[in-house]
Design a protein around this ligand. Structure first.
Ligand SMILES: Cc1cc2nc3c(=O)[nH]c(=O)nc-3n(C[C@H](O)[C@H](O)[C@H](O)COP(=O)(O)OP(=O)(O)OC[C@H]3O[C@@H](n4cnc5c(N)ncnc54)[C@H](O)[C@@H]3O)c2cc1C
Length: 399
C-alpha cells in the first residue's frame, strides 16, 4: 500500500489564475451530464432547476456498486484543518442536504455528530477549523478522556489526549441519496439514460456530440463529464496522470446485542493517528459498525476490478478495532464494500474546462472526501456555467 496522506482531511491550499473562456449558456440551453454519482447527479439537478435542458447519463445507474458513491453511507463533516474553502463548502452543502430532503420525501442526512479522537494536546487538523466553526456558530465540544469514558464506555482512551465533538456533522445515506437525486431530477423534467458514453472527436475547439454503447447519439451546447474514477481513462490526454484510482475497503462489524442500541447512537468518529486515519459510522439502519481505512490502497480498475477484500488490510483494521473498541475484538464481519477512490494529486476537487474544447467540463477528483459536497458543488458548477461567478483556480486540473 502507498503511504497515507492528509489529502482526504485537509487538501493543500494553492493559488492559481482564472483562464476559462466561459460558455454563454442561458435558460433553455442544453447540457449533457455524464455520471450520476454525487457530483454529476447534483450538477444535473442544479442545472435543470436553473432552466436548462439537461440529460443525465450513467453507464450503470445512479449510486451503482462500481461507483465511489455506491456505498451505504458517507461522513459529512466541516472540519478541514486550516482549509476554509472546504469548511465553507460543507456548511453550504449541509444546508442543501437538509433543504432537499423535502423534495426527496425521505431522510438522507443523519445528525449523529462527529467525534475526533485526538492523541496530542495540539491537533491542527481539528484545532485549525475551530475559528471557522465559531464564525458559523457551529462550535465544537471539547471532551476530556473522562468525558469520553462516561459518554461512550466502549471506547479505549488509554492513548488519547482528548476528543472534539462536532455536533453539527453526521452521515449521509450514500447510494440511496444518489437515487433520490436522480428520481427528483426526472420528476422535475430531466432526462435520465442508463448507457455508457463515449465523446466524439473534437472539431474546431468544440465537442460536437456523444455516442453511447447502446447506439444513441446526442448533441448539446455543453457537456459535463462527472465520471469519478473513470475520468482519467475517458480523457487520457488531459487527465490520465491527474486522476488515479485506488482500491479502498470498508467493513461492517456485528456489535454485541447487549450494547446494540448504544453503538447505533454512537457518533461518526475519526481516529487522528496521522497514519491510517481509521474512521467509522456506527449507526445506520443496524447495518453494523462501519469502519473505513483512509490509507490509500492498491491501484484499481473501477470497471473490471473484483470487489474482494485484501486479508492483510482487513487484519490491520481488526487490530485497530480490537485496540480502540475492545468489546469488538471478536466481532464478526457482517458486510463489506470495496469502493474506488478517484484521487487528484493533492486532494482538491477538479472542475476544469477541456483545454481544446470550450464546451467540455470535467468534474471529479473527490479524493475520498467529495460525497458530502455534492449539492454545494453542483450549485457552484451551475453558477459558473451560467456566468454568475468565475471558476475557482483551486479546482484547476494543472497541479
Ligand atoms: C471507501 C470510500 C469512503 C469514502 N468516504 C467518504 C466520506 O465519508 N465522506 C465523503 O464526503 N466522501 C467520501 N468518499 C468520497 C466520495 O464517495 C466520492 O468523492 C464521491 O462519491 C465521488 O462522486 P463522483 O460522482 O465524482 O463519482 P462516482 O460516484 O464514482 O460517479 C461517477 C459515475 O460515472 C459513471 N460513469 C463513468 N464513466 C462513464 C461513462 N463513460 N458513461 C456513462 N457513465 C459513466 C459511473 O457509472 C459512476 O456512477 C469516500 C469514497 C470511498 C471510496
Amino acid at each position: 500500500m502507498s503511504q497515507p496522506n492528509l489529502n482526504t482531511f485537509s487538501p493543500a491550499t494553492q493559488q492559481g489564475k482564472n483562464r476559462w473562456q466561459l460558455p454563454s449558456l442561458s435558460k433553455g440551453s442544453s447540457v449533457i451530464v455524464v455520471g450520476a454519482g454525487a457530483f454529476g447527479g447534483w450538477t444535473a439537478l442544479n442545472l435543470l432547476r436553473r432552466g436548462l435542458k439537461v440529460t443525465l447519463v450513467d453507464a450503470w445507474g445512479p449510486g451503482n456498486s462500481r461507483s465511489s458513491s455506491g456505498d451505504e453511507t458517507r461522513v459529512i463533516r466541516s472540519t478541514y484543518g486550516a482549509n476554509e474553502t472546504y469548511f465553507d463548502l460543507n456548511v453550504r452543502a449541509l444546508q442543501l442536504w437538509k433543504e432537499n430532503e423535502k423534495s426527496f420525501k425521505r431522510q438522507v442526512f443523519f445528525n449523529s455528530g462527529v467525534l475526533w479522537l485526538c492523541y496530542e494536546e495540539k491537533t491542527p487538523l481539528v484545532d485549525d477549523s475551530i475559528p471557522f466553526a465559531k464564525k458559523h456558530g457551529m462550535e465544537y465540544r471539547y471532551l476530556t478522556t473522562a468525558d469520553i469514558k462516561r459518554a461512550y464506555p466502549f471506547v479505549n482512551t488509554d492513548d488519547l489526549h482528548h476528543a472534539w465533538l462536532d455536533p453539527f456533522g453526521g452521515f449521509l445515506k450514500a447510494r440511496e441519496s444518489c437515487q433520490a437525486v436522480a428520481e427528483t431530477f426526472v420528476r422535475e423534467g430531466g432526462e435520465l439514460w442508463i448507457d455508457f458514453v463515449q465523446p466524439e472527436k473534437i472539431v474546431n475547439g468544440q465537442l460536437p456530440g456523444i455516442k453511447t454503447a447502446g447506439g444513441r447519439m446526442q448533441r448539446a451546447d455543453t457537456y459535463v463529464f462527472a465520471c469519478g474514477a473513470w475520468l482519467g481513462n475517458l480523457f487520457p490526454e488531459c487527465l490520465g496522470n491527474t486522476i488515479t484510482c485506488t482500491k479502498q475497503e470498508v467493513y461492517y462489524f456485528g456489535v454485541p446485542s447487549k450494547n446494540a442500541e448504544a453503538y447505533e447512537k454512537f457518533p461518526v468518529w475519526v481516529d487522528v493517528d496521522g497514519k491510517d486515519f481509521y474512521y467509522g459510522i456506527a449507526g445506520n439502519s443496524n447495518r453494523g459498525f462501519k469502519i473505513g481505512v483512509d490509507r490509500r490502497g492498491e491501484p484499481f480498475d473501477p470497471t473490471h476490478g473484483e470487489r474482494v477484500l485484501d486479508p492483510k488490510v482487513l487484519q490491520h483494521a481488526r487490530q485497530f478495532i480490537a485496540h480502540r473498541f475492545p468489546e469488538l475484538k471478536h466481532a464478526p464481519l457482517v458486510e463489506s464494500r470495496v469502493c474506488p477512490y478517484e484521487n487528484s494529486p493533492d486532494g482538491n476537487f477538479i472542475f476544469d474546462q477541456h483545454p481544446e474544447a470550450s464546451n467540455v467540463f470535467f468534474l471529479g477528483g473527490g479524493s475520498g472526501h467529495g460525497f458530502k459536497h455534492g449539492p454545494a458543488l453542483g450549485e457552484l458548477v451551475a453558477r459558473v456555467l451560467l456566468g454568475e461567478q468565475r471558476e475557482s483556480p483551486i479546482f484547476g486540473s494543472a497541479r
